[in-house]
Design a protein around this ligand. Sequence first.
Ligand code: SAM
Ligand code: SF4
Length: 335
Amino acid sequence: MKKEQNILQDTFGRDHTYLRISLTERCNLRCTYCMPEEGVQLSPKSHLMTYEEVFDIAKTFVKHGVTKIRLTGGEPFVRKDIPVILEKLAALPVELSITSNAVIIDKFIDVLKANGIKKVNVSLDSLNKEKFTHITRRNQFDKVYNNILLLVKEGFQVKVNAVLMKDFNDDEIIDFIKFTKDLPVSIRFIEFMPFDGNKWDLSKMVSYKEVMKQVNGVFSETDVIRLQDAPNDTAKNYSIKGYQGSFAIISSVTNPFCDSCNRLRLTANGQLKNCLFSSTESDLLSKLRQGKSIEPTIKKAVQAKFKMRGGMDTLEKLQKPDLHGRNRSMITIGG
Ligand code: SAM
Ligand code: SF4
């Protein structure tokens, strides 16, 4: 008998085992690289997935082989029913994790623990309070910084995401790495990526190469240790000899990792995106609400996945605003 093709395998043989679910388009910060100053057009509440719908859609993906789910947003903790969502999803046989700006995460430590969440990614783009306020357009540095320390103390595996921007925080790369000397966190430097309304241009981006140039200028060759990356890892991981933590670089712009991509994204309004950079979306929520199977839509979306960065397979294409501007702002995709 012919084996039925997995609906989560694309035409390049990539199996999609990792689903990132955005729970909300709202946020208690306003990061300049993530959303335009004027804000974004929010979906009406009735267009957003309820917690039951999040669970139903997630269950279908798990049935077809998803083993990892990460909750994101907007800021997932601004959603009032986050404890119920965590509880429902924790019942599925998946590794559940969450990405947060950590502004209010201290109120949810027990909920996270009760639902078996061990991995938390936190955004922190500067170790300098004034710069943090500038980039997030909100004065919440102390909360975020202290909550990172709290998460570590409470035993979570913490990754700290910093989007690097030229002449803004590229002078902090070494400070960030030194932050891992006594703190077992992984600092992940992310190349600034283009999305609708974030005023991206290549000259603002700090590349993988530039990060390593700074690292190699300060630390000796024998002290910089290249770590083994996890399978499907988007980051290249390093540590400094004797440091408790590590650092990594996510080079989606200069060195994309599309060949081993295993990710799909579900937006808060129930649209499946087959790639972070894709300008097309597939409406799972309407199908679900009509009582129809969402599986054919999932299959079609996965089959339509481009080999690389939503079809923007060269840096030249990625730089074209008419191409990357067709995509949503990051805040409404779920990074
Ligand atoms: N609010 C949570 C947070 O900030 O971690 C979760 C959502 S946020 C959209 C997820 C991740 O996307 C964050 O680490 C953020 O730094 C990253 N991100 C947003 N816009 C980006 C951009 N233009 N380039 C690179 N990373 C970006
Ligand atoms: Fe909010 Fe996260 Fe976007 Fe910043 S990066 S505006 S914290 S969703």
